[in-house]
Design a protein around this ligand. Structure first.
Ligand SMILES: Nc1ncnc2c1ncn2[C@@H]1O[C@H](COP(=O)(O)OP(=O)(O)OP(=O)(O)O)[C@@H](O)[C@H]1O
Ligand SMILES: Nc1ncnc2c1ncn2[C@@H]1O[C@H](COP(=O)(O)OP(=O)(O)OP(=O)(O)O)[C@@H](O)[C@H]1O
Ligand SMILES: [Mg+2]
Ligand SMILES: [Mg+2]
Lengths: 257, 257
């Protein structure tokens, strides 16, 4: 069982889109997947059409008053499960900040799932921030999967996330943490910028960058408004093809020797 | 003098692009403008080509150890000034959380500027979050300017920001706060979704929505990599035209009777 934080503090780079669609593509390949929505916006929750159920969230489980096991909901998709989120989750940051173990609350909350091996992978959909929910995700994760848009600010953001990972490692909260993989998203063939950003990222991060590049497609931007993953909404299109290819590459990197 | 928070907790919707380009367009129209970069990513700082100067940031001023006046830097653009940001700013959230006045630190920091009327408008470029830096911006602002992408998640985000504004008003931190204006960004004529989102937003928020719609253009996504505003990088293009039109509308709404 591996815990993967899908994180990039830069906003709108495709974190939720990757969590939901990679999650579905892995479930399609017989993996048992839990997506934990750590963003008070609850986008992963609504992308799976489950916003009515957002009454459940991590708040009490993070404070230790309830078990995370009671917050896990099945989705329409076989082998894909979700811990939903809603706006109340935003209030937990101030509460956690005052606790002595404010960096490792999530790690403790998730530890029960490490022991019972129900899931092959737990995907943490992180909010766009450098706040407490994000640092908790980094402290709990085995590795980071970082989506990055093929645009300028995203490139700058990558340098910053490397620094944040070093800070989390240095703090002792998680000395195993590393950037496991980088996924290029929203590639737009019409602009030179996309090609330049991909070349730059491959030069600096070489083997960490997945070969699969997710194109910018209208279908991917439409799918969430129907509460469907791209594999449900447009199974034969370029978006679904890219996320299935990403799932294959992901499993190759994580298959136990 | 008015303090405008450019805020939307949804990531990647064009907050920084709007802060920088509206700021430049207003300065071009003889307004004296201060942009305060409240995002530890420091995107407004790098969009203005000032990342080398990011050693200055709000950290000490927010804790009351220094005055914000010492953090204000001139930009290349006449009448446009900046308080830069860098990664250290992320650490201030935990510090502020422990203070009794954790909601109004920024408001106190900015109060010196309210008294001396150097600036016509102060634009706060907010991080994509519901954390402490964001709530501080909402408590300090006279009104909110909310950029929203013409995509599904952005629409959902608008409902949430209305709730956050009500919470800030209810907390007593700022009972004047209101959503002043909504700007539609990254409009892409190729998709039906863009048109639907614009129609939906206009139906729910009527007079608050600016008539100007900012189109998705390659030039706008390229400009930050040169550290230039769109008015410098592609002054005759659709992006610069849209932000100049937005500045005209903005001034009409804010001209004193
Ligand atoms: N490859 C793609 N092609 C077209 N649109 C996309 C693609 N990936 C994501 N989108 C759209 O772009 C927007 C941003 O994506 P998403 O919400 O997944 O990013 P995020 O990083 O999770 O954002 P946040 O920082 O707010 O959490 C969404 O409206 C989404 O539907
Ligand atoms: N109208 C537009 N056309 C094309 N690209 C745009 C447009 N507006 C913004 N962008 C690009 O989209 C990305 C997101 O924009 P921006 O960084 O301004 O959003 P933001 O809301 O400030 O993000 P964050 O939530 O991370 O602070 C950037 O790479 C930017 O260059
Ligand atoms: Mg997201
Ligand atoms: Mg920004």
């Amino acid at each position: 069982m591996k815990i993967i934080a899908i994180a990039n503090q830069k906003g709108g780079v495709g974190k939720t889109t990757t969590a939901v669609n990679l999650g579905h593509a892995l479930a399609e390949k017989d993996q048992s997947i839990l997506i934990v929505d750590l963003d008070p916006q609850g986008n992963a929750t609504s992308a799976l059409g489950m916003q009515e159920l957002e009454s459940e969230n991590l708040y009490e489980a993070l404070l230790g008053d309830e078990s995370i096991v009671d917050k896990i909901l099945p989705t329409r998709i076989e082998r894909l499960f979700l811990v939903p989120a809603n706006l109340d989750l935003a209030g937990v940051e101030v509460e956690i900040a005052r606790m002595s173990d404010h960096l490792t609350r999530l790690s403790k909350t998730l530890s029960i799932l490490r022991d019972d091996q129900t899931f092959d992978f737990i995907l943490l959909d992180c909010p766009p921030s450098l706040g407490i929910l994000m640092t908790n995700a980094l402290a709990a994760a085995d590795e980071l999967l970082t989506p990055i848009q093929c645009e300028y600010f995203a490139l700058e953001g990558l340098v910053k996330i490397v620094r944040v990972v070093e800070q989390v490692r240095g703090s002792g909260a998680n000395d195993q943490l590393e950037i496991g993989g980088i996924v290029m998203t929203m590639f737009d063939g019409r602009t030179n910028l996309s090609g330049q950003v991909v070349a730059d990222v491959r030069e600096h991060f070489a083997g960490k960058v997945y070969r699969t590049v997710v194109p910018r497609t209208v279908r991917l931007s439409e799918a969430p408004s129907f509460g469907k993953t791209i594999l449900e909404y447009d199974s034969g299109g370029a978006g679904a093809y890219a996320y299935r290819a990403l799932a294959r590459e992901f499993l190759k990197r994580h298959s136990s020797p």
